[in-house]
Design a protein around this ligand. Sequence first.
Ligand code: HXC
Length: 257
Amino acid sequence: MAYETVIVETRGNVGLITLNRPQALNALNSTVLKELKQAFADFHDNEAIGAIVLTGSERAFAAGADIKEMQPLQFADMYKAEFISGWDEIAKARKPVIAAVSGFALGGGCELAMMCDFIIASDTAKFGQPEITLGVIPGMGGSQRLTRMVGKSKAMDMVLTGRMMDAAEAERAGLVSRVVAPERLLDEALAAADKIASLSQPSVLMAKEAVNRALETTLEEGLRFERRLFHSLFATEDQKEGMAAFIEKRKPAFKHR
Ligand code: HXC
């Protein structure tokens, strides 16, 4: 498929998606959503791909949902079309997705980064949920995912004032996992994704499922879920191989990468 608003590439066993609407600071419109869904689906179906990196430009990861596209919409149109619900599909990707964020990650851009499994930021990154300044509120998970990630006080501060958070604050708050120099950003994210892609895929997918379950259930249920997944991995050849390789002091040759 020929893409208009994203660049889709592979780097070894890693899928790389670059948001590419520079004239609008990568604002997310319906074409971006359609193309991202397609790119994610293709990487999911491609057995060689073990992890995905989603990035933007140096100036902007994404400056939000496209305000020009949204401005004239009416309630009934949005409600009938269940506007923006399509983004849930991105959040439900089974393979690990790393957001590599430089510059602005605002509104839907911040929300898209939070749909990924973790965020690596350049020290120029700026995160925010400025929807309140437009007379609306976050609509792609900002009030929910940000609150789970940084806690109520900081989430309220961000969502009620619309202020931006820089990379250092975002790292302190637990929104991002690492901060690197801008010129290192893509290499750092690709290296992390490459490491994930080199591991046994069943264990990687289950690890992702297990961590996500922590956000959705009680501790007791979560622990039970984790233990069952852990047990089930002993049915895989890769568990035998991984542990044998450790004992024999060699690199594992995983079958299900
Ligand atoms: C459409 C956008 C845009 C957006 C920037 N642009 N953000 N277009 N939707 N979200 C466009 C500008 O109109 C401009 O186009 C060009 O990108 C460059 O932006 P400038 O404003 O000239 O750049 P700068 O002065 O550097 O300011 C950067 C900025 C600012 C601080 C990021 O652009 C900004 O505040 N953007 C909006 C951020 C925001 O409110 N995001 C939340 C959106 S609501 P022209 O053609 O004029 O040159 C949202 C809801 C999500 O995300 C959930 C429900 C869908």
